[in-house]
Design a protein around this ligand. Structure first.
Ligand SMILES: [Zn+2]
Length: 366
């Protein structure tokens, strides 16, 4: 199998590949249709799931792709690669894998970080009854979260303003403000939503419908764009020292997990709120084992940041966008979250498959 076979340029192509390889492998499939939109080609937005292993397995590895839609493509490639390499035939007894393909299908189909309501699904798993506080200093950052048009001049303006903010307030503080989640600006990035999104509901449905018989569940949530190119950044959100944290350290390496607690790219890790993996932990309660958000490093952060600005401009920026514009910017964004370089793609697939092996090995040793 060539690594390239596992990657797709669009959500539609990835979806049909996922369905065909999983069906051919005898997986139990399910489809969750998002009624709140369509793909750019007018097709349905669907989160597909594929279950491998005994239907009554007590131990399950749950693997999400596409929480952030722009980041769907690398994680989805590892899901398809895992099946194409027939790794499911080597599952230990009593262990199953549940692949969740495009958990934010609107974002994956439109290559947008967020959902159909511009909600960041990885900030939306909150108790919305507790209120929606936004740090007033978020206003300092509003002008670095949007561009008048996606031009080098505008990208440089944002970079200059950001550098200035870093000098005055510290890089960690600015990253915290821009990335921990906000409720004040529904058209800017980091908007966490005022109620559960469809993606949030569908994760609840998957857990209650498909995992009710599982005693022990671990989760991986694939992301991309943070960290050094061609390296994985593991972000574990369990309490250091807790049993779940210790398990993640055993499976994926003590230094690897400890590093992801301290660092986020080249600064300290923000206190993210409303993460999908935290929602999964809450749903599973005592049956929860461990989880990690895992980032494929792609390009320097400045370049990745430009792709988030393009996304915001495509959705809310002024002026008409031609089909050619859409194509151009789509390729631009894809490159920053899932580089086209064949060496990068071969590395991502290999690195991803190792992560599955480590988690499945850990589950088997419980
Ligand atoms: Zn992400």
């Amino acid at each position: 199998m060539k690594a390239e076979e596992c990657f797709s340029p669009t959500y539609e192509a990835a979806r049909s590949k996922f369905i065909s390889v999983c069906q051919a492998s005898g997986a139990r499939m399910a489809a969750y249709v998002n009624p709140n939109g369509k793909t750019p080609d007018g097709e349905a937005l669907v989160t597909d799931t594929a279950w491998f292993g005994r239907p009554d397995a007590a131990r399950v590895l749950l693997v999400f792709s596409g929480t952030h839609g722009q980041e769907f493509f690398a994680g989805a490639a590892t899901q398809i690669g895992w099946v194409l390499q027939e790794r499911h035939r080597e599952l230990p007894n009593d262990t199953a894998v549940l692949l969740v393909h495009a958990v934010n299908p609107f974002g994956a189909a439109h290559m947008s970080r967020t959902t159909e309501n511009n909600v960041d699904p990885n900030r939306n798993f909150l108790d919305h009854d507790l209120g929606h506080y936004t740090d007033p200093d978020f206003e300092l950052c509003v002008d670095v979260l949007r561009v008048a048009e996606p031009s080098e001049t505008e990208f440089q303006r944002v970079k200059g303003t950001l550098d200035d903010l870093f000098d005055r307030h510290g890089k960690g503080r600015i990253f915290a403000l821009t990335s921990e989640g906000q409720f004040a600006h529904p058209k800017l990035s980091g908007f966490a939503g005022l109620a559960p999104e469809w993606t949030n509901d569908v994760v609840h449905s998957i857990v209650s419908e498909q995992l009710s018989g599982a005693d022990h569940v671990a989760a991986i949530d694939w992301h991309s764009g943070v960290g050094e190119s061609q390296s994985l950044l593991f972000l574990c959100f369990d309490e250091p020292g807790s049993p779940a944290f210790r398990r993640a350290s055993q499976w994926w390496g003590e230094d690897t997990i400890a590093d992801g607690v301290r660092n986020y790219g080249d600064h300290e890790r923000p206190q993210f709120r409303g993460l999908l993996v935290n929602g999964v932990r809450e749903m599973l309660q005592a049956r929860y084992l461990a989880s990690a958000v895992i980032e494929f490093g792609t390009h320097p952060w400045d370049e990745v940041c430009n792709a988030i600005l393009v996304d915001q401009w495509l959705r809310f920026g002024e002026g008409a966008k031609s089909e050619a514009d859409l194509q151009h910017w789509r390729t631009f964004m894809l490159e920053r979250f899932c580089p086209h370089d064949t060496g990068w793609r071969a590395w991502a697939l290999e690195a991803g498959l190792t992560v599955y092996d480590q988690a499945i090995g850990g589950l088997a040793q419980l």
